[in-house]
Design a protein around this ligand. Structure first.
Ligand SMILES: Cc1cc2nc3c(=O)[nH]c(=O)nc-3n(C[C@H](O)[C@H](O)[C@H](O)COP(=O)(O)O)c2cc1C
Ligand code: SF4
Length: 418
C-alpha cells in the first residue's frame, strides 16, 4: 500500500531552511489566504474536523475558538515539540525536513486568534534541530513570512524557540508552560484551561507539531478537501511510528483508519526472523498492550478506543513471541517511576507500588490478592491522578492483565515464558 504523503510531501525534496524552496513547493499560500480573511480561519478549522495529533485528539477549531473569544492585550501560540513519548519520532522528521510548514501553521493560528508571539518548545534531546530551526526562522523573517508586518499586512508574528531540559512531564501542556515561564515543570490544575488563561496567564493555544503542520494545506485547499481523507470522525492523514520487533521500523503517513494489519505486514514487513507477533502496544508508553489477534483494527481515535486500545500519537510497538510481556510492563513502569514529577500522591506513590507488584509476578512470588491490589491501585490512579501521566501510566499493566491474564498468575517454575 502506497503512503499518502501530505505532511511528508516535502521531506527530503527541499532544502528545509529555504523559504524559497518551500514556496516553490506550494508553501505559504495558506498564510496569504488567512491574512486576506482572518475572521474565517477558525470556522474553516472547525469544518475541517482536524483533531490534535499530540495524543488527546481535541478538535483544533474548537480549541482555537476559546482563545479567539477571550479578549486580551497579549495571546500566545505554543508548538509542543517535546516529543518525549517513547516510540514517537514523527515530529522531529517534520521539523528537520519541513520547518516552514510548522511556522506557517503557527502564523495562521496567530492571525486567526490575534496572537503575535509563538514559542516552539523543543525536546532537550533534539539539539541538532536547533540550528535548522533557527536558520529557517531567520530565512522566514527575511522573506517577510514571520516577524514584524508579515506579508505587508500590519500583523506581527514572531517565533522563539525554548529548549526543554529532558523531562517527559514537560510534554504535558501546563507543565510545559510552567517550564517556559522558568519554573519547575509540574502540571497546573485545570480549569482554567490554557485557551483562556495559559502562558503568563494569557490566552494560549498549544498544539502539537503534526497538528500545526496540517493547518497550511487545510487553509489553502479547504475543509472539504481535508474531510475527503481519512474517516468521518478523524479526517486527514496520520503519521504512524512503527517500532519494536518489526522489519521496517520508521515513520509512515497514511489516511486515518488504515488497518493495523496493513501497517504491520505490508509496511512494516512483519517480525524479524519470521517470528510470530504476540502483542502490540498502541499509543506510546502509556498506551494499551493488545493481543495480536486484534490486528484487524482500523487506526483512528474511535476505533482504537472501542477496541480498548489508544491511538495516541500514532505509535505502534510490535512485540514478538520471544518477548516476556512482564518484562515489557516492568520496563514501562520503571520509566513512569522515573518520570513522575511527584506533585500528587496517587502517581508518585502508585507507580512505585505497581512496580513492586510487577516484580513479584516476575520472580514468581505473587499471590492471587496481589493481582487484585495491583488492579485496585492502578484503577485508583486513573481516576485520582492530577495529570495524564498518572492517569495513563497504569494502562499498560492493566491492559496486559486483561489481554494476557495467564501471564499474571504464574508459578515460579513458569517464569520467563510469554
Ligand atoms: C505526560 C504527558 C506528556 C505529553 N507529551 C506530549 C508531547 O511530547 N507532545 C505533544 O504534542 N503532546 C504531549 N502531551 C499532550 C499535551 O498535553 C497536549 O494535549 C497537546 O500538546 C495538545 O496538542 P494537540 O491538541 O495538537 O494534540 C503530553 C501529555 C502528557 C500528560
Ligand atoms: S500525575 Fe504524576 S506527573 Fe502528573 S502531577 Fe501527579 S505526580 Fe506529577
Amino acid at each position: 500500500m502506497e503512503e499518502t504523503r501530505i505532511l511528508l510531501k516535502n521531506i527530503g525534496k527541499i532544502n528545509p531552511v529555504s523559504s524559497a524552496d518551500y514556496v516553490a513547493a506550494g508553501g505559504y499560500k495558506g498564510l496569504k489566504k488567512a491574512i486576506s480573511n482572518p475572521e474565517a480561519i477558525v470556522d474553516i478549522m472547525k469544518d475541517s474536523g482536524l483533531r490534535g495529533r499530540g495524543g488527546a485528539g481535541f478538535p483544533v477549531g474548537l480549541k482555537w475558538s476559546f482563545t479567539k473569544g477571550t479578549p486580551s492585550d497579549q495571546k500566545y501560540i505554543i508548538c509542543n515539540a517535546d516529543e518525549g513519548e517513547p516510540g514517537t519520532n514523527k515530529d522531529r522528521i517534520l521539523m528537520s525536513g519541513d520547518p516552514h510548514s510548522l511556522f506557517e501553521g503557527m502564523a495562521i493560528a496567530g492571525v486567526a486568534v490575534g496572537a503575535t508571539k509563538g514559542f516552539i518548545y523543543l525536546r532537550a534531546e533534539y539539539p541538532y534541530l536547533l540550528p535548522i530551526l533557527n536558520d529557517a526562522i531567520k530565512d522566514a523573517e527575511a522573506a517577510g513570512f514571520i516577524g514584524k508586518n508579515i506579508l505587508g499586512s500590519n500583523l506581527d508574528f514572531e517565533i522563539e524557540i525554548r529548549s526543554g531540559a529532558g523531562a517527559y512531564i514537560c510534554g504535558d501542556e501546563t507543565a510545559l508552560m510552567e517550564s517556559i515561564e522558568g519554573k519547575r515543570g509540574e502540571p497546573r490544575y485545570k480549569p482554567p484551561f490554557p485557551g483562556v488563561s495559559g502562558l503568563w496567564g494569557k490566552p494560549t493555544i498549544i498544539n502539537n507539531v503534526e497538528t500545526l503542520c496540517n493547518v497550511p494545506q487545510i487553509i489553502d485547499k479547504g475543509a472539504e478537501w481535508f474531510r475527503s481523507i481519512g474517516t468521518e470522525s478523524c479526517p486527514g492523514t496520520k503519521l504512524f511510528t512503527l517500532s519494536g520487533n518489526i522489519n521496517n521500523p520508521g515513520v509512515y503517513e497514511f489516511p486515518m483508519g488504515v488497518n493495523m494489519r496493513t501497517l504491520f505486514k505490508e509496511v512494516g514487513g512483519g517480525c524479524p526472523g519470521g517470528k510470530k507477533l504476540f502483542a502490540v502496544q498502541t499509543g506510546g508508553a502509556s498506551g494499551a498492550i493488545i493481543n495480536a489477534e486484534m490486528l484487524d483494527m482500523p487506526m483512528d481515535i474511535e476505533c482504537c478506543a472501542k477496541a480498548g486500545a489508544v491511538l495516541g500519537a500514532g505509535d505502534l510497538m510490535f512485540i514478538d513471541e520471544s518477548i516476556n510481556i512482564i518484562d515489557v510492563v516492568e520496563n514501562l513502569i520503571e520509566f513512569f517511576v522515573e518520570e513522575s514529577c511527584g506533585k500528587c500522591t496517587p502517581c508518585r506513590e502508585g507507580n512505585t507500588r505497581l512496580l513492586e507488584f510487577v516484580h513479584k509476578f516476575k520472580d514468581g512470588t505473587a499471590r492471587e490478592d496481589d493481582l487484585e491490589r495491583l488492579i485496585e491501585i492502578g484503577s485508583f490512579m486513573q481516576v485520582s491522578s492530577l495529570c495524564g501521566l498518572g492517569q495513563a501510566s497504569p494502562v499498560p499493566v492493566l491492559s496486559a492483565i486483561k489481554n494476557f491474564p495467564d501471564k499474571f498468575i504464574v508459578k515460579s517454575d513458569e517464569r520467563g515464558q510469554n
